[in-house]
Design a protein around this ligand. Sequence first.
Ligand code: PLP
Length: 281
Amino acid sequence: SLVYLNGQLTPLSDAKISVLDRGFIFGDGVYEVIPMYHRQLFRADQHFARLFRSMRAISLLNPHAKEEWMELVRNVTGAHASDQQLVYIQVTRGVAKRGHAFPEASYPTVFIMTNPLVTPSEDVRAQGVACVSMEDSRWLHCDIKSISLLGNVLAAQYAAEHDAVETIQFRDGFLTEGASSNVWVVRHGRLMAPPKDKHILEGIRYGLIEELCAACGIMLEVRHIARAEVFHAEEILITSAGKEILPVASIDGHPVGSGKPGPVFQRLYAAYQQAKPRPLT
Ligand code: PLP
């Protein structure tokens, strides 16, 4: 399958970078993941805005204008058969002699690949998913979509080892987010989310859910959410580009609410499906 690396479309097996790439040596880079439905990127503007924010946040010079980025992504997705894809973009500070501080001269490494987008099955959505919880051990710039993901990796592995789909993290007793998803809690019929600060990545679905709540008349309360509130929630939802919206059936083995997907999930899921790009006629 074809990928883009530093100016060229090449087969994945031929795409090679230097061992001195600062992405490899320091995790010095950022990334983005964009879902595509019926060959149209979903919320492309927001995803590119976040990519540019991430680059600015680490003082990485953006090597391309937005239109160029769109063209590069089109070239990769156009070479793939699937109409539903999950596009991965990574930018690192490039190749330089090893030294922690920024090198005087380096050119960013740009890598783009895509895979078929497989959204959760109807069965998974109907059952809800199992989650586990753990203390958030990540750094304090979780708002940057950094490729340094060791904390997220360890959280995801913890879920995998406990037959769970996601690990819901808490910092000092308050909800942050999943290993690779945002977490939402329903209490008294109201949706709640932690604030967009340095403790979480502002998912592109975070903004979308805000819009869908406004459109559907669901009350959204953004505030710090204590651990006990999560464990006594009527519903818990997780969102990400690949998972869309998923209902959480259990956390650490305790059923969430009735243990079945609830009404707020059903309404938001329906609204999400409506918001997605339609087939081009
Ligand atoms: N939080 C983290 C840590 C993530 O890795 C992701 C990515 O999927 C999200 C939240 C959700 O972001 P988005 O809705 O843009 O996929």
